[in-house]
Structure formats: structure tokens, C-alpha cells
Design a protein around this ligand. Structure first.
Ligand SMILES: Cc1cc2nc3c(=O)[nH]c(=O)nc-3n(C[C@H](O)[C@H](O)[C@H](O)COP(=O)(O)O)c2cc1C
Length: 175
């Protein structure tokens, strides 16, 4: 079974999380093939051997990034912004009802936040035709440009291993 991780990132933190989740999955699943792609490189047609889809993005304006918020990130020094982000990728990907999809994001820790990229990505995926889409985890950065807060990379790796465990219990992610 293949696992596809689609991750958008402006300053690099979400990409670091995506790679850590991927190594947690790889550590637990061994031989499985895990691919991390930026939304602009990710396929619009998901091959049938993809058994788990993960979608991650930085939280911008309590939601997924938009063109304007990516430009604001660039004004704050981001050099890695995607022109096609997860918002645009989800709008174009062909639905797969059988595929489990789990979202994640990076955010600044706030006492109260009305929304996050992972929440809006899960909602958008459901609307797009992924009924098994669910919100996963938020990982915290210490400021707009990062870095990730202490222990967050390790938490991301542990979460990857936990997702792998759930896949094995589900009988290879066939649910
Ligand atoms: C335009 C803009 C809007 C943001 N809005 C939020 C927000 O609503 N909530 C939040 O927690 N963080 C917000 N942030 C902080 C980002 O979540 C942070 O930059 C991101 O996690 C870094 O990830 P990256 O390195 O992958 O870009 C915002 C950042 C930018 C640039």
C-alpha cells in the first residue's frame, strides 16, 4: 500500500512536519512506500494503490492558505510559498470515496482559535467527495516563520507511527 502526503508550506515548518509524519509511518510500516509531495506536484488522479492520503498546510486566517495570505507570508520573508496550495489541489483532485484522508496543520498556539487549516481541509475534502476525510492534528510553531515548538517534530513522528498502527488494526487501511 502506498501513502501520499500532500503538504503546503511557506516557511518550511509544515514540510518538516510532513516529513516527520512520513518517517513515523515508515518506521512503523517498514516496507510501505510513503511519498511527500507539494500540492503543485501531487497527482489529480489518485492511483488505486494509494491507501491513505494525508493533507497538511499552515493555518492562515483560521483556514487553509489563499493566494493573498501566501503573498502576505512572502512579505514576511517566506521564500517557499506554493502557487498551487492544498486549497487549489483539493478543488481539482478526483474524489475517491474509499480512501481514508487525514489532515494536519501548523499553527501558532492560541487560547482560542475559531478554525485551522486542518479543519477546513477536512471539510473541503468531504465536500469534494472524500467521505472518510477527518481532521488530524495541529502542530505548533513559535511564531509566523517558526520554528516548530520544542518536541513538535517528535510528536509528528509519533503521530505517524500511531496512524500506521490504526491502519494495521483496520486490516491494511481497507476501511
Ligand atoms: C498571512 C498569515 C496568516 C496567518 N494566520 C494564522 C492563523 O489564523 N492562526 C494561526 O494559528 N497562525 C496563523 N499564521 C501563522 C502560520 O500558521 C505559520 O506561519 C505557519 O504555521 C508556518 O508554517 P509554514 O512554515 O509551513 O509556512 C498565519 C501566518 C500568515 C503568514
Amino acid at each position: 500500500m502506498n501513502i501520499l502526503i500532500v503538504a503546503e508550506s511557506c516557511f518550511g515548518n509544515t514540510l518538516t512536519v510532513a516529513r516527520a509524519v512520513g518517517s513515523g509511518l515508515a518506521r512503523a510500516l517498514g516496507e510501505e512506500s510513503i511519498t511527500v509531495l507539494r500540492p503543485g506536484e501531487a497527482p489529480r488522479e489518485l492511483r488505486s494503490d494509494i491507501g491513505l492520503l494525508l493533507v497538511g498546510a499552515p493555518t492562515h486566517g483560521f483556514s487553509m492558505p489563499r493566494r493573498q495570505s501566501r503573498e502576505q507570508a512572502a512579505e514576511k520573508g517566506a521564500t517557499g510559498s506554493d502557487s498551487v496550495g492544498v486549497r487549489e489541489w483539493i478543488a481539482q483532485v478526483t474524489a475517491r470515496e474509499d480512501l481514508r484522508a487525514v489532515t494536519f496543520d501548523t499553527s501558532v498556539k492560541m487560547r482560542f482559535s475559531p478554525g485551522s487549516a486542518s479543519k477546513s481541509a477536512a471539510k473541503a475534502l468531504k465536500k469534494r467527495g472524500f467521505p472518510q476525510a477527518e481532521r488530524g492534528q495541529s502542530f505548533y510553531v513559535t511564531g509566523t516563520a517558526g520554528p516548530l515548538a520544542d518536541g513538535e517534530e517528535q510528536r509528528a513522528e509519533a503521530w505517524g507511527a500511531q496512524l500506521a498502527g490504526a491502519l494495521s488494526e483496520d486490516g491494511g487501511g481497507s476501511r
